[in-house]
Write a protein that binds this ligand. Structure first.
Ligand SMILES: Cc1cc2nc3c(=O)[nH]c(=O)nc-3n(C[C@H](O)[C@H](O)[C@H](O)COP(=O)(O)O)c2cc1C
Length: 202
């Protein structure tokens, strides 16, 4: 972690699970962020999922960032319980997490925004429903104008930029091997905060 990092959240993830996460996921300062499939449930109980970048993780949970007008934000308001998965087929690995999404701190949101690529920083500003409806040429022109008016390093997060930390209640590591059956190592958090582990078939 660098000096610009927000203070890490209180530890939620058990140390041995965190050690595996550290081995499987890129470090938070790696520009190539992993893509997760994030599942939510809306107020009527209908499931949805979409790809989002895993911005960072620490002992307290997994951070994602999004636009406050997106469906996932309304879903989380109705049902904070979420899940995500990420697979590395070449490494014969899959990580699945079930947890509770809570709003990240302002400090964390700012750090995450500052780490986004220039394109994604601009996108956070221009990704509005109104912008999407404009004709292609106009959208390119408006993008270029906004880009030129805001030199690199001057942009701060828009009001609509929002982060969630997913505090895990279940973490499942799937390991495959061509030589025998795959299997999973699962960590489950009980209501009192204690964790138990189980080995399951793949
Ligand atoms: C490669 C890729 C990365 C994406 N990363 C994000 C992201 O980090 N945050 C985000 O809000 N949307 C991201 N999106 C867009 C989402 O998949 C989705 O279309 C958008 O967030 C609206 O989703 P919702 O209305 O279901 O909440 C990404 C899409 C792709 C294809």
């Amino acid at each position: 972690m660098s000096s610009t990092d927000p203070a890490p959240a209180a530890a939620v993830i058990p140390a041995d699970a965190f050690a595996v996460l550290t081995e499987w996921l890129p470090t938070n300062d790696d520009h190539a962020r992993p893509l997760i499939a994030l599942a939510t449930v809306d107020a009527e109980g209908r499931p949805d999922s979409r790809s989002v970048l895993l911005s960072e993780f620490d002992e307290g949970g997994f951070f994602v960032h999004t636009d406050s007008r997106s469906r996932k934000v309304a879903d989380v308001a109705a049902h904070p319980e979420v899940a995500f998965s990420i697979a590395w087929p070449a490494e014969l690995r899959q990580l699945t997490v079930q947890g509770v999404a809570r709003r990240a701190s302002t400090e964390e949101e700012q750090v995450a925004y500052s780490r986004r690529s220039r394109y994604l920083q601009l996108l956070a500003w221009l990704n509005s429903p109104e912008f999407a409806l404009r004709p292609a040429g106009e959208r390119e022109e408006a993008w270029a104008e906004f880009d030129a008016a805001h030199p690199d390093g001057t942009l701060t997060p828009p009001q609509t930029w929002l982060g969630f930390v997913i505090e895990p209640t279940r973490i499942t590591f799937w390991n495959g091997t061509p030589l025998t059956a795959s299997r999973r190592t699962e960590y489950r958090r009980a209501a009192d905060g204690t964790w138990s582990t189980a080995t399951l078939p793949g």
